[in-house]
Design a protein around this ligand. Structure first.
Ligand SMILES: Nc1ncnc2c1ncn2[C@@H]1O[C@H](COP(=O)(O)OP(=O)(O)O)[C@@H](O)[C@H]1O
Ligand SMILES: CSC[C@H]1O[C@H](OP(=O)(O)O)[C@H](O)[C@@H]1O
Length: 406
């Protein structure tokens, strides 16, 4: 196959047939492009005679959601495949297997997870996932601890920071999450009916102060190797299995950015429940389930992180300094809360939205969901540096509902 060009379905099959040990010689393959994300092509390739199938993901030289006017590095395919491989070593069973990476075609061949569902869809369909908090807290504790200065050789970590420098994808986050929602930016995308909310965001100096501090942390705090875009659309799930996909935004940043991303997306779903549940009682019940999941994610993450620290901490001074670990985890919690708030706000007024809210058909219910998400998001941003417990985040989610209803 020649140098880089976007593949068509026929070419994807030709490449699949060249993979060693995957399909039988002469196998009859079918290919479907199934990419529904903002950036890449995703081909599902299956053998019509056996149950064998694979995924072929190819980066485009631009952001698909906008078009060729927004060029984007192909190197993100390398970042994604290297991050998946490393995450697979640190958190076995929680990411798809990578079979091959082709630098020239910016192509990753990986395990087909079609027997799972994308978690955002699962939540929209009112499913519950009792093992999710256990799985995702393991993923977070293992990947964040063992890529940080606490859990790996500090010189090797510097080299890894170099390997995961990801300036173009970070710039997307810096703009779309930490800048554009707070001014009248062209990329913003919100419904006219909530213009009052957008304008309030643009003029809120004290909120800007908190967001600027969080932005500074995102820019400068190379604490651990992050997934970088850990929303519920980047998680495949079924009752007994969780798989994290799509780490093309991976870079060295603050741990709370990943934890906050998951919590924000659970809270965006929380904000949308009036549409997806059939009555007030089931809406309340599902919201309680989501808040319990959030509490469990943090509590389990913290417990697992403490065990890893006790058994594997590489920093002898930090290890012997009284109170250091408590202080470290308090700062991670505060970052988690602040980043969760930013991630909620961007999904309502910024470029890229979430189906949980956008797919609400009734305009007034959708508006209420948007206002609730913004109210929770802003209150988390204001809370972040003052928080001492995950219960304070949960209290903000609950009280935002009563304030809006009053
Ligand atoms: N390993 C996989 N197995 C099955 N389907 C996948 C896999 N990876 C991606 N997909 C499908 O492709 C879609 C887009 O993938 P994603 O990695 O999120 O792309 P993007 O980077 O463009 O957001 C997913 O929502 C899912 O439907
Ligand atoms: C112009 S990219 C917008 C948005 O898309 C990414 O998400 P995904 O790849 O999962 O579709 C990321 O969240 C970016 O901020």
């Amino acid at each position: 196959m020649s140098a880089y060009h976007p593949l068509n379905e026929k070419e994807a099959i030709e490449i699949a047939l060249t993979l060693e040990g995957v399909f039988a010689p002469g196998a009859k393959l079918v290919s479907r492009e199934i990419g529904d994300g903002n950036l890449n092509l995703v081909f599902h390739i299956s053998d019509t005679q056996s149950s064998q199938s694979i995924i072929l993901k190819q980066a485009l030289p631009y952001a698909k959601v906008v078009g060729e006017s927004w060029p984007l590095t192909l190197d993100r395919a390398r970042i994604e495949s290297e991050a998946l491989i490393l995450e697979g070593e640190l958190a076995p069973g929680l990411v798809p297997k990578v079979y091959k990476y082709d630098a020239e075609l910016a192509l990753t061949v990986m395990e087909d997870l079609s027997d799972h569902v994308i978690m955002r869809q699962g939540l929209i369909s009112n499913n519950r996932y009792p093992l999710f908090a256990e799985h995702i807290s393991t993923f977070l504790a293992q990947t964040l601890f063992f890529t940080s200065d606490l859990g790996m050789n500090q010189q090797s970590k510097k080299l890894r920071v170099r390997d995961f420098i990801n300036p173009e994808l970070c710039k997307i986050t810096e703009d779309l999450i930490f800048d554009d929602p707070y001014k009248d930016a062209e990329t913003n995308n919100f419904e006219e009916v909530i213009r009052d909310e957008a304008q309030a965001l643009w003029g809120d100096g004290s909120l800007h102060f908190e967001v600027a501090l969080l932005r500074e942390k995102f820019l400068t705090h190379a604490q651990a190797l992050l997934h970088g875009d850990l929303h519920t659309g980047s998680i495949f799930i079924k009752s007994d299995s969780t798989k994290i996909i799509d780490p093309e935004f991976a870079y060295y940043g603050p741990m709370g950015f990943d934890i906050g991303a998951i919590i924000a997306n659970l809270l965006l779903n929380y904000s949308s429940r009036e549409h997806w549940n059939s009555d007030a009682a089931s809406t309340d019940e599902y919201r309680t389930y989501l808040l319990e999941t959030i509490r469990d994610i943090w509590t389990k993450f913290e417990a697992k992180f403490r065990v890893l620290w006790a058994e594997h901490c590489e920093d002898s001074l930090a290890k012997s300094a009284p109170g250091y670990l408590d202080d470290y985890l308090r700062r991670v919690l505060q970052d988690t809360i602040g980043f969760a708030g930013c991630k909620m706000v961007r999904r309502i007024v910024g470029l890229a939205h979430v189906a949980d809210i956008d797919k609400i058909t009734d305009a007034s219910t959708r508006e209420q969901a948007q206002r609730l998400a913004l109210s929770i998001g802003k209150s988390l941003i204001r809370l972040n540096r003052r928080a001492a417990s995950i219960e304070e985040l949960i209290e903000k989610a609950q009280s935002s509902i009563s304030v809006l209803k009053a």
